[in-house]
Design a protein around this ligand. Structure first.
Ligand SMILES: Nc1ncnc2c1ncn2[C@@H]1O[C@H](COP(=O)(O)OP(=O)(O)OP(=O)(O)O)[C@@H](O)[C@H]1O
Ligand SMILES: [Mg+2]
Length: 379
């Protein structure tokens, strides 16, 4: 498809042919002005292509009011600039706006608002006036608004820009959680390290043209393509490349995260430790004393909103953000670790352990006995 802004002859998007798979974690990369935000505005029908078609579930978008309302109940686009998206006077009113507009009963609206505010760490600010929020808080508010819609497709335009490191990690965890719940998640970012650690599909825009579409390693292995797109490779990608030149060993498999590169570099030198995983869910009351005793003197980490809630009830929290990476790196380095983990994030942790195995480092892991956590019920 092609797109030009009104009063401009020049196409901002040209010949862009792109498919987003339902089950993928997709990242859109591109320099400033490449056309990322413009493309995202096409996903929920704010802009209509000058030439070509946007399809959703195989059907061309229709641009009548009702059809757009239906589309936007399934496709949530969180804009780059939160001020373009916040209209209500208070935080809770703003999050409630979408679900209320969809005609949900009051109880369901309240339930969705509570859950979305909790997940984005905004519960304490629910009564605050939106004009009194900081930039990062406004970004979180727009994300909460999107979560409250329970969308099938979640599009996040530079979601971590301007957020503190903890919140940036939590946003990526949320994106992972949404993806595992079956939501297609598409993110634009200038953070190459973040993109590499998270995405399994990468699309690159360069001056309005799609120059790459495929897996992250395919793009970042082609250094001239990365340069031509005015981008930089992720740090881990560069370290892996240098290591393979120095050691004469194969450049693949490609590590994507710190624990993975540590695993690859030290695979035969160190016997890895064991990671104990304590699964918790949001409705549980974890036995904090048991967990404290079981994790004494070892590195502890936190993963997911339920685990953060457990910390607020007194569970130990060494690494409150980037907990999975922290614990895995420690374990790869030969020490034991304990991860307090949101039960919904367990498949993500298993995936991370499998990737370490692929790097030549089989980290031992065990699930803590769930019966030791009072209030936790097995399915
Ligand atoms: N409303 C508009 N009217 C005219 N031109 C616009 C408008 N919005 C964006 N543009 C132009 O379209 C091009 C693409 O802009 P866009 O905001 O999509 O880029 P981007 O890739 O999101 O950049 P960034 O990384 O800075 O967010 C730029 O040249 C920009 O100046
Ligand atoms: Mg943009």
């Amino acid at each position: 498809m092609y797109f030009s802004y009104k009063n401009s002859e020049q196409a901002v998007l040209s010949d862009v042919n792109l498919k987003i798979d339902q089950g993928s974690r997709t990242v859109l990369l591109g320099a400033n002005g490449a056309g990322k935000s413009t493309l995202f505005y096409h996903f929920n029908g704010v802009y209509e292509p000058s030439c070509g078609t946007v399809l959703y579930n195989g059907q061309p978008l229709r641009y009548r009011r009702k059809a757009l309302m239906r589309l936007r109940s399934e496709v949530s686009v969180v804009l780059q600039n939160p001020d373009d998206q916040i209209f209500s006077a208070t935080v809770e009113e703003d999050v409630a706006f979408g679900p209320r507009n969809m005609g949900f009963p009051d109880e369901e609206v309240a339930e969705r608002v509570d859950a979305a505010l909790f997940r984005t760490g905004m519960s304490d600010l629910r009564k605050r006036g939106t004009l009194k929020l900081s930039y990062g808080q406004r970004k979180r508010l727009t994300l909460a608004g999107a979560l409250a819609m329970k969308p099938k497709v979640l599009v996040l335009d530079e979601p971590t820009a301007g957020l503190d490191p903890q919140m940036a990690c939590e946003v990526m965890e949320l994106a992972d959680l949404m993806h595992r719940d079956g939501t297609a998640v598409i993110i634009s970012t200038h953070d190459a390290d973040l993109a590499y650690g998270w995405a399994d599909a990468v699309n690159v825009l360069c001056a309005g043209k799609l120059t790459y579409s495929g897996d992250p390693d395919g793009f970042y292995s082609d250094r001239s393509a990365v340069r031509a797109s005015c981008l930089v490779p992720p740090l881990i990608c560069s370290i892996n490349r240098c290591r393979s030149i120095i050691s004469g060993r194969s450049i693949s498999p490609y590590p994507h995260t710190v624990p993975e590169i540590v695993a690859k570099m030290s695979s035969s030198a160190i016997t890895p430790g064991k990671m104990t995983i304590f699964p918790v869910d949001e409705s549980a009351s974890p036995d904090t004393e048991y967990i404290k005793k079981a994790t004494m003197d070892i590195c502890t980490g936190v993963c997911g909103t339920a685990a953060r809630k457990a910390v607020s009830k007194g569970c130990p929290a060494g690494r409150i953000f980037s907990g999975t990476d922290g614990c895995l790196a420690e374990t790869v380095g030969g020490k034991n670790s304990a991860l307090l983990c949101d039960r919904r994030m367990l498949p993500a942790v298993t995936e991370r352990l499998d990737r370490l195995k692929a790097m030549g480092c089989a980290v031992e892991s065990e699930m803590a006995d769930v019966r030791d956590i009072s209030g936790y019920t097995e399915d």
